[in-house]
Design a binder for this molecule. Structure first.
Ligand code: SF4
Length: 414
């Protein structure tokens, strides 16, 4: 009998994680069995990422590994996601699913499956992938039309398309029924939620994203809602005052800064100044008691002088952000920044990344220190070998307790 087994390897952002999970569920509903990527499978799906050169490299590496595994057991390799959509030629995959065909991915995989007789010998799975039962991603929009000068995503994913509130509510209710305790609102640019609505018009009152969050809170009973990212343009008084009333929205805002230097932000084609970013930070602190304010920052952007790097560091310190994800600039062919003058030497990028990472570590430690002694609400997620259980607080502070049950929400003194 043919074993319809499928294994996923997902690179990159939370949107990719959501899309792999969705495709996996769709295939499961059609009788497929999910297995681990290190196991024998009939189909290996690699959900690729192209956000940096390193992401491209990793995507190629995993595809090559999947292809050689496929050769051994007569399986096939499927490439999807942003890198696969941009770099179709030269990929080691039997099927490449472009982002625009993603909704037909399960059909395309089944068509391929039916064509290939080699699947008949595929071995039975020895391991079934465990399901994540505590936290789920829900995608509310796809695409981006901001065209930051370094970013390939608008070319890979196209313009903004929002998913209707009714569809999102239906999915959130399914999550609640499945015992999910926290949903993470995900998208490529969730700030643009409401633009290019895919299905019927929503009954929005006021600001679209705040309206959606209220509906999720009121209609689904999900205890925790986390926003995966926001931009300063969204953080105005109307928005913050509305969401601050929704108790299930976590006091954790990931607001990508990219640089604290106004001149670098301009070259990046970001649509805010450091001063506007700071106003958003202050506004969030007015409505929330020491919320987690995490960010992404790029060092070594073309033309970045030592002075601009210093400005960026000073700004981040002054904003007192709680966690930094630091990226060394890597030019993506096809974006304006790729051919900008003043590309920075790797050794300089390395040095600046090192300084920025040290600052990030200092800020993270100081944020955690300020929360010592406070009672935090922790969603337990992972059981460790010694019986300890770890999870995250609403502020996304990782907490480990000596005992507990994954899926439980507990109050604990940090
Ligand atoms: S907002 Fe900028 S960085 Fe983010 S996906 Fe859009 S273009 Fe890329």
């Amino acid at each position: 009998m043919i074993k319809k087994t499928v294994a996923f390897h997902t690179l990159g952002c939370k949107v990719n994680e959501y899309e792999s999970e969705k495709l996996s569920k769709e295939l499961e509903a059609r009788g497929w069995i999910p297995v681990s990527f290190s196991d024998d499978a009939a189909v290996y799906v690699v959900n690729t990422c192209s956000v940096t050169k390193i992401a491209d490299h990793k995507s190629r590496q995993i595809l090559n590994r999947a292809a050689s595994q496929s050769k051994k057991n007569g399986a096939v390799t499927v490439a999807m996601g942003c890198y696969a959509s941009i770099e179709k030629s030269g990929l080691t995959a039997d099927l490449i699913i472009d982002n625009k065909d993603r909704d037909r991915a399960a059909d395309l995989i089944e068509e391929l499956f039916e064509k290939e007789s080699a699947f008949e010998d595929a071995p039975a799975p020895s391991f079934t992938r465990p399901r994540q039962r505590t936290r789920a991603f829900i995608k509310i929009e796809d695409g981006c039309d901001s065209f930051c000068s370094y970013c390939i995503i608008p070319y890979a994913r196209g313009p903004v398309r929002s998913i209707s509130p009714d569809e999102i509510i239906r999915e959130a209710k399914e999550c609640a029924l499945a015992g999910i305790k926290e949903i993470v609102i995900t998208g490529i640019n969730v700030n643009r939620y409401g633009a290019g609505l895919i299905t019927e018009r929503p009954a929005f009152t006021g600001e679209p994203l705040a309206g959606l969050l209220s509906r999720i809170a009121e209609e689904t009973g999900i205890g925790r809602i986390r926003l995966s990212s926001v931009e300063p343009g969204l953080i105005n008084k109307d928005f913050v005052s509305r969401i601050a009333e929704i108790k299930s929205v976590c006091p954790h805002f990931h607001m990508a800064l990219q640089s604290g230097s106004g001149s670098v932000l301009k070259r990046m084609n970001r649509r805010y100044t450091p001063e506007e970013y700071m106003k958003s930070v202050e506004l969030l602190r007015r409505y929330y008691d020491d919320p987690a304010l995490t960010t992404d920052v790029i060092v070594g952007f073309p033309g970045e002088t030592a002075e601009e790097h210093r400005e960026s560091m000073d700004f981040i310190r002054a904003a007192d952000l709680s966690k930094l994800n630091v990226f060394r600039f890597s030019g993506r062919p096809g974006t304006p920044a790729f051919s900008m003058k003043g590309q920075i030497r790797n050794a300089v990028k390395e040095e600046r990344a090192h300084e920025m990472l040290a600052l990030g570590e200092e800020l993270r430690a100081s944020y955690e220190q300020r929360h010592r002694g406070r009672v935090l609400e922790v969603l337990l997620e992972e059981a460790e070998e010694n019986g300890a259980v770890s999870g995250y607080s609403k502020e996304y502070i990782r907490v480990t307790l000596p005992a507990g049950t994954p899926g439980e929400i507990v109050q604990t003194t940090f």
